[in-house]
Design a protein around this ligand. Structure first.
Ligand code: SAM
Length: 283
């Protein structure tokens, strides 16, 4: 019999997926995890009642979290991903030929194991790439203690619920800044401004306190319902964010396979913010 599975993130509205096939459901050590099939979106991963990804539209978020910051660096070599246990951002990071090492620090081993078992089309072998290292730890602790320095740190976290609350604090972002190389970029998932504007405003306040250039860029993922999502950008070199179009084009040409969302024009346009979003970003 068909079952309707709602996303329970918002207090006053819900949307649901119809499924005839739940592939896995349980409480991991950290959160409720369910993987199921839907005729429109393919396989879907939800954590604590919130959509993390679907097979059909995952490319939007994963490309946009990885490529703008890596394209901004002349030669990104070391990248840290916090969260991201499904492997989608790791996959995109490793498409950059200059990347020598990508560390993924995920708190929940089960997300990695179950993604590898039921959603292997997301990582596409990225976990087996010799440049990848997986650390199972709380991202706040890892970043506070690491001696390594990275060209980009990508915070691919769940919404600020449960273990992810600490990933939205100034203390954490400040540790991230310490772990960046000169000119390095910090990116943090900052929610849907239409519904979660306070979240974006708070992240931006921290970024402005820490970085010479604090900004946000946008992308639209069909199953993150409620308008475009914002990603926060922090970097001490304001020249990095908007490279020349031709330079971006040359970099895209070095990447194997097609991009389904990211293009140089999308990169440059993504930083143009509608007025209601700019209000949260500028204070
Ligand atoms: N694209 C997704 C979204 O925003 O809908 C996020 C994907 S990824 C699955 C998020 C991951 O962050 C989860 O696997 C979760 O376990 C991990 N996470 C949450 N809190 C964490 C923490 N404190 N340290 C490391 N990873 C954390």
């Amino acid at each position: 019999m068909a079952r309707w599975i709602p996303e329970t993130l918002h207090e006053h509205f819900r949307f649901s997926f119809k499924t005839n096939n739940v592939l896995y459901e349980s409480h991991t050590e950290h959160q409720h995890l369910i993987i199921f099939e839907n005729d429109t979106f393919g396989r879907v991963l939800m954590l604590d009642g919130v959509v993390q990804l679907t097979e059909e539209d995952e490319f939007v978020y994963h490309e946009m979290m990885a490529h703008p910051p890596l394209m901004a660096q002349p030669e990104p070599k070391r990248v840290l991903i916090i969260g991201g246990g499904d492997g989608g951002v790791l996959r995109e990071v490793l498409r950059h030929p200059s990347v020598e090492r990508a560390v993924l620090c995920e708190i929940d081993q089960s997300v990695i194991d179950l993604s590898r078992r039921y959603l292997d089309f997301i990582a596409q072998g990225a976990f087996d790439d010799p440049r990848a290292e997986v650390v199972i730890a709380d991202g706040t602790k890892f970043v506070a203690e690491t001696d390594e320095r990275f060209d980009a740190i990508l915070v691919d976290s769940t919404d600020p619920i449960g273990p992810a609350i600490a990933l939205f604090t100034r203390e954490f972002y400040s540790s991230c800044k310490r772990a960046l190389n000169e000119g390095g970029v910090l990116i943090a998932q900052s929610g849907l401004p239409f519904l979660q504007g306070d979240e974006l405003r708070d992240v931006q306040k921290s970024f402005r306190a820490l970085f010479a250039d604090a900004a946000a860029y946008m992308m639209t993922t069909p199953t993150y319902i409620g308008g475009p999502m914002a990603l926060s950008w922090g970097c001490d070199d304001p020249a990095r964010r908007m490279p020349e179009r031709e330079r971006l084009k040359a970099r895209v040409d070095q990447i194997k396979g097609e991009m389904k969302y990211y293009t140089p024009d999308v990169h440059l346009a993504a930083f143009a913010l509608p007025a209601y979003v700019a209000r949260y970003v500028h204070g």
